[in-house]
Write a protein that binds this ligand. Structure first.
Ligand code: PEP
Ligand code: MG
Length: 909
C-alpha cells in the first residue's frame, strides 16, 4: 500500500492535528490545528517528514509522492479558484520547511512559486500592479536561484544594486559607495516596475550563467525542485550545527508545507507581522509584536526595515497595527488568546493581512528568555492553565543560568553610547569584532568577544555561539539575532539604529542626533552590552549579580514538593556556603580543604609541613595550621546551621603547594632555617611524573597520619565549639581517593582516636559521619568492602571519569572535542556523565554498598552534580543527593525535580 505522504488543510477543516508533529512537523501540525479551530489560514497541504527521510535515503522522491502532490494541487486549485500555471488566473504557492522541533531560519523557504514570464502578466493584471508582480517574480528568481540551484545570493546583489543606482540617479540623490547605505537610501519599495523588469532579466541571466540551465518556466518543475531542495536543506551545515546545539536528532527530517500565497505587500491595506502572546524577554502577559505595512513576512524577520509595534502605546503615534488596522488587530487579538488557551503555552505567531483580510501563517511555542520561561510557567499555574508539575517541566534547567547573569552595576556610573532593543537579557563585556570568523578565532584563544553586525543571518551562527554577546544595528525583537541569541542564552542588543558598521575598514561608528559621529568602535575595542536594557557602553563596565526573582523563588518552592533528591553545594568558604544556602542548598556536599591553604598566612606553614624532615617537625608545622583550620570549619558550621557539612581530608599531591619562583624558595629556606639547595632538593624529590595517580588523597594520610589527624581535630574542635554556642552541627568527614578497605580502616582508627580525645576534652560528643569518595574503579567494584568503614559514599565523578576512561581531565582538550564531533562519545564525559561506563560503576557501587550496609547514603560531588542530564541519571540510580557549585544550585534543584517527575510519573495535581 502506498503510504499517505500528504495532509491537507483549509479553513475549518484539516486532515492533520497538533499532536502529529513528528509526521507533519511543528508548522504543518499547527497549521492543521489552526484550521480545525476555525482560524483563517491560507489553504494548503503538508508533505510528511517520512517523505523527506525516504528522499534523503533514496536520493529521489519515494513512489507515490509526486502523484499525491499533483492531486493536492488540483484540490488547492479548486479551493482557491485559481490554477497553477494559468496565465489569466495564476495560483502561486509557498514552499516552506517545518521540522518537528522549530529550527528558526535554519532551513529553506521559497515563495511565489508558479510565476514565469506569462503568469507574471496575469498576476500584474489581477493585482493591478505590475510593480507588485515583477517584485514577486524577482523574489522567486532570487530564492529559487539560491535555494534550489545553490547560487550564492551575493551573486544576485549587483543586479539589485544597479536598479537602486538607476533610481538614485533619476531622483538625483547622491550615490553612496557601499551597498548597505544604498539599500537604505533606495529601499526595495522604491523600485518601480521598469527597474524590477530589468532585475528579473538580470536574475534570469545569472541563473543561466551559474547553473547552466534557464530558470524553469514550468510551474510543476519549479514545485518539484523546490520540494527536493527543502528536503535537502535538512542536511545543510547550519541546520546540522543547530541540531547538535539543541540535541535534535538528525533522523527526524523536515516536513514541507505548500500553501496558497497570500500577500502582505499588496498596498496600504496589506501588512505582515510577527506576534508573541506574552513578552518573550520578560514573560510579562501582554500581547506583543511587530508589523510592517505593505511588506512580506521575511521583511520583518530579516531586519531590513525596522518594524512597528503591534499594540498602541504612548509612543506609537498612530503607527501601531491597533491604530492603523483596528479590525484586523481585534481579530488577531482574539485569535492569539484562543491559540494560547489551546496550546497552553506562549505562542509565536506569524500573520499576513492581504487587502484587509487576516491570515495566520504559523503558530508555535515561542522561544523565550530563561526569565520569561519561568515567569510564564508560574503565571500560567496562577491562571489555572497549567499544574505546578507541568510548570516545572516547562523550564530548561540548563538555561536558568541566565537568571544569574550579571547586570550593569548602577554604581559604575557608566553612560551608554547607544541604545537598541533589549533582545536577550544579561550584561556582558568583550572585544568588539565585526564578523563570525573573528568571533570564533578570539573565543578559541579564550578571549571574550561581542559580535557586532549590521544584522545577523544563519551563516553567523558559529560566531554567535562563540561570542559572549551580540549587538546588531538593525532588526527588532523578532529579528534573527534576537531570536537566536535568546535561544542560546547570549545577551543581545538588536536594532541599535545609531550604530553604523563599516566592515571594510573594521570600524563601527555611533551617530548623534545631528548625524555627527559621537563614538568610534575599532576592531577589538572593549565594549559592554546590556541585553536587559538595550544599552551599549564603551569599555568594560562593572557588572553585578542577578537575583532569582519572585517567580523563580515560587518555582523552587514547588520543586521541593516533588524532588526526591536533595541538592547540596560544593563550597569551601563561609561566603560560598551562604550563597549556596540562599539558593536553597541543603548542605555542603564537598569542602575542598586544600583551597583553605593558599592564603598568605597559611601557605608558609603548609610548605613547612611538606618540607619537614621528620614527624616532629611536621607536627610543629601542623600545629600552626590547626587554629586556622578550626576557624575555617567553625565558619562553615555556623553558616550551615545544622545542615550536613561534608569536609574532605587533604587530597592534592603535595607538590602543588610548593613554590616555583626562586625568591619564594629563598624565603621558604630562610623561614625554615635550611639552605636553598636543601629546599630545591626536596622539591625535586616530590616531583611526580603522573601526580594525579601519584602521592595524593588517602595515600597522604597513610604516609603522614598526622596530617588527617590535624584536620579531623580541627573539624571536631570546631563542631564542639559551634555546638557549645547553641547551634546544631552535622559534620561529615570524607576520605578521598581510597581504593581499599585497608586504607579506610587506617583512617577510621585515626579519626576515632582523635574524636575520643576531642570529646573527652570538651566533655561532650558531637554526632558525625565518616565516609569515602568513590573515585577509582577498584573502589566502585569493591564497594561492599569499603562500606564496612563508611557511612556514606560520595562519587567523585571528575576523578572517576578520568580513571575509568584513562583520560586525563587536565589534558583532554586536545582530543576530546574531536571524539564528540565524530560521535565516538556522545558528549564530553567531564560535563555530562558517561552513563554507560562511569555510570555503570556508580550503579555497581551503590548496589554492593547497600547490600553491605543498608543505611549507607550516596551523593555525587563531581561537576556532574550540576549537569541536568547527569542529575537525571543520578535520580534513576537512586542517589540521595547531588552537589554542585553554589551558582548551579537553582539549576540542579529544578533538574532534580524534573528527574523525579519523569521517573515516578507521580504528578502533583
Ligand atoms: C571529583 O574527583 O569528582 C571531585 C569532586 O574531586 P576533585 O575535583 O577535587 O578531584
Ligand atoms: Mg577527585
Amino acid at each position: 500500500m502506498v503510504r499517505k505522504f500528504v495532509y491537507r488543510f483549509e479553513s475549518n477543516k484539516a486532515e492533520g492535528r497538533a499532536e502529529w508533529k513528528p509526521l507533519l512537523g511543528g508548522k504543518g501540525a499547527n497549521l492543521a490545528e489552526m484550521a480545525n479551530l476555525g482560524i483563517p489560514v491560507p489553504p494548503g497541504f503538508t508533505v510528511t517528514t517520512e517523505a523527506c527521510i525516504d528522499y534523503l535515503k533514496l536520493g529521489h522522491f519515494p513512489e507515490g509522492l509526486l502523484e499525491a502532490v499533483r492531486d493536492s494541487m488540483s484540490w488547492l486549485e479548486t479551493c482557491t479558484r485559481r490554477q497553477f500555471g494559468n496565465v489569466e488566473n495564476p495560483l502561486l504557492v509557498s514552499v516552506r520547511s517545518g521540522a518537528q522541533s522549530s529550527m528558526p531560519g535554519m532551513m529553506d523557504t521559497i515563495l511565489d512559486l508558479g510565476l514565469n514570464d506569462e503568469t507574471v502578466i496575469g498576476l500584474a493584471r489581477q493585482s493591478q500592479s505590475e510593480r507588485f508582480a515583477f517584485d514577486a517574480y524577482r523574489r522567486l528568481l532570487g530564492m529559487f536561484g539560491n535555494v534550489v540551484l545553490e547560487i550564492d545570493h551575493e551573486l544576485f546583489e549587483p543586479a539589485l544594486d544597479a536598479a537602486r543606482r538607476a533610481v538614485a540617479r533619476q531622483k538625483q540623490l547622491s550615490l553612496p559607495d557601499d551597498a548597505d547605505t544604498l539599500a537604505r537610501v533606495v529601499p526595495d519599495s522604491v523600485l518601480g516596475a521598469e527597474e524590477l523588469k530589468l532585475v528579473v532579466a538580470d536574475y534570469k541571466r545569472i541563473i543561466l550563467e551559474h547553473s547552466g540551465k534557464p530558470f524553469p518556466s514550468d510551474p510543476y518543475e519549479q514545485l518539484d525542485a523546490a520540494i527536493a531542495a527543502v528536503f535537502r536543506s535538512w542536511n545543510n551545515a547550519r541546520a546540522k550545527l543547530y541540531r547538535e546545539m539543541h540535541d535534535i536528532p538528525h533522523d527526524w527530517g523536515t516536513a514541507v508545507n505548500i500553501q496558497a500565497m497570500v500577500f502582505g505587500n499588496l498596498g496600504d491595506t496589506s501588512a505582515t507581522g510577527v506576534a508573541f502572546t506574552r513578552d518573550p524577554s520578560t514573560g510579562e502577559r501582554r500581547f506583543f509584536g511587530e508589523w510592517l505595512p505593505n511588506a512580506q513576512g521575511e521583511d520583518v524577520v530579516a531586519g531590513i526595515r525596522t518594524p512597528r509595534a503591534l499594540s498602541r502605546s504612548p509612543e506609537s503615534d498612530g503607527s501601531s497595527l491597533e491604530e492603523a488596522m483596528p479590525d484586523s488587530y481585534a481579530e488577531l487579538f482574539k485569535i492569539q488568546h484562543v491559540l494560547e488557551q489551546r496550546f497552553r503555552d506562549m505562542q509565536d505567531i506569524e500573520f499576513t493581512i492581504e487587502a484587509g483580510r487576516l491570515y495566520l501563517l504559523q503558530t508555535r511555542n515561542g522561544k523565550r528568555s530563561a526569565r520569561a520561561s519561568v515567569r510564564i510557567a508560574v503565571d500560567m499555574v496562577n491562571e489555572g492553565l497549567l499544574y505546578p508539575d507541568e510548570a516545572i517541566l516547562r523550564v530548561d534547567p540548563e538555561r536558568l543560568g541566565e537568571l544569574l547573569f550579571p547586570a550593569i552595576d548602577p554604581k559604575a556610573g557608566a553612560s551608554a553610547i547607544a541604545r537598541g532593543i533589549p533582545a536577550s537579557p544579561g550584561a556582558v563585556s568583550g572585544k568588539a569584532v565585526f564578523n563570525a570568523e573573528d568571533a570564533q578565532a578570539y573565543a578559541e584563544r579564550g578571549e571574550s568577544v561581542i559580535l557586532v553586525r549590521t544584522e545577523t543571518s544563519p551563516e553567523d551562527l558559529h560566531g554567535m555561539k562563540a561570542a559572549k554577546g551580540i549587538l546588531t544595528a538593525r532588526g527588532g525583537a523578532t529579528s534573527h539575532a534576537a531570536v537566536v541569541a535568546r535561544g542560546m542564552g547570549r545577551p543581545c542588543v538588536s536594532g541599535c539604529s545609531t550604530l553604523h558598521i563599516d566592515y571594510a575598514s573594521g570600524e563601527a561608528v555611533v551617530h548623534g542626533g545631528n548625524g555627527e559621529v559621537t563614538t568610534r568602535i575599532k576592531h577589538a575595542d572593549s565594549i559592554t552590552i546590556d541585553g536587559s536594557s538595550g544599552s551599549v557602553y564603551l569599555g568594560n563596565v562593572k557588572t553585578i549579580e542577578a537575583e532569582l526573582g519572585p517567580e523563580m523563588e515560587t518555582m523552587l518552592v514547588w520543586t521541593e514538593r516533588v524532588s526526591r533528591m536533595r541538592v547540596r553545594a560544593n563550597a569551601d568558604t563561609p561566603e560560598q556556603a551562604a550563597k549556596a544556602l540562599s539558593f536553597g542548598a541543603r548542605g555542603i556536599g564537598l569542602c575542598r580543604t586544600e583551597h583553605m591553604f593558599f592564603s598568605d598566612e597559611r601557605i608558609a606553614a603548609v610548605r613547612e609541613m611538606i618540607l619537614a624532615r621528620d614527624t616532629k617537625a611536621r607536627e610543629k608545622a601542623l600545629a600552626k595550621l590547626l587554629p586556622f583550620q578550626t576557624q575555617d570549619f567553625a565558619g562553615l558550621f555556623r553558616v550551615m546551621k545544622g545542615l550536613p557539612v561534608n569536609i574532605r581530608l587533604l587530597d592534592p599531591p603535595l607538590h602543588e603547594f610548593l613554590p616555583h619562583e626562586k625568591h619564594q624558595i629563598g624565603e621558604l629556606a630562610a623561614t625554615m632555617g635550611v639552605s636553598v639547595v636543601d629546599v630545591e632538593r626536596k622539591i625535586a624529590e616530590l616531583y611526580e611524573f603522573n601526580p594525579m595517580l601519584g602521592h595524593r588523597g588517602v595515600r597522604l594520610g597513610i604516609t603522614y597520619p598526622e596530617v588527617p589527624a590535624m584536620q579531623v581535630r580541627a573539624i571536631l574542635e570546631a563542631a564542639c565549639t559551634v555546638q557549645e554556642e547553641g547551634h546544631e552541627v552535622l559534620p561529615e568527614i570524607m576520605v578521598p581517593l581510597a581504593f581499599s578497605e585497608g586504607e579506610l580502616g587506617a583512617m577510621r582508627v585515626i579519626i576515632d582516636e582523635v574524636a575520643k580525645d576531642v570529646f573527652a576534652k570538651h566533655g561532650k560528643e558531637v554526632k558525625f559521619k565518616v565516609g569515602t569518595m568513590i573515585e577509582l574503579p577498584r573502589a566502585a567494584l569493591l564497594a561492599d568492602q569499603l562500606a564496612k568503614h563508611a557511612e556514606f559514599f560520595s562519587f567523585g565523578t571528575n576523578d572517576l571519569t578520568q580513571t575509568t576512561l584513562g583520560v586525563s581531565r587536565d589534558d583532554a582538550g586536545s582530543f576530546l572535542p574531536l571524539y564528540v564531533e565524530r560521535g565516538i562519545l556522545p558528549e564530553d564525559p567531564f560535563i555530562s556523565l558517561d552513563t554507560d561506563g562511569v555510570g555503570e560503576l556508580v550503579r555497581i557501587a551503590i548496589e554492593k554498598g547497600r547490600v553491605a550496609r543498608p543505611e549507607l547514603h550516596f551523593g555525587v560531588c563531581g561537576e556532574h552534580g550540576g549537569d541536568p542530564k547527569s542529575i537525571d541519571f543520578c535520580e534513576q540510580i537512586g542517589l540521595s543527593y547531588v552537589s554542585c557549585s553554589p551558582f548551579r544550585v537553582p539549576i540542579a534543584r529544578v533538574a532534580a525535580a524534573q528527574a523525579s517527575l519523569r521517573r515516578t510519573r507521580k504528578y502533583w495535581r
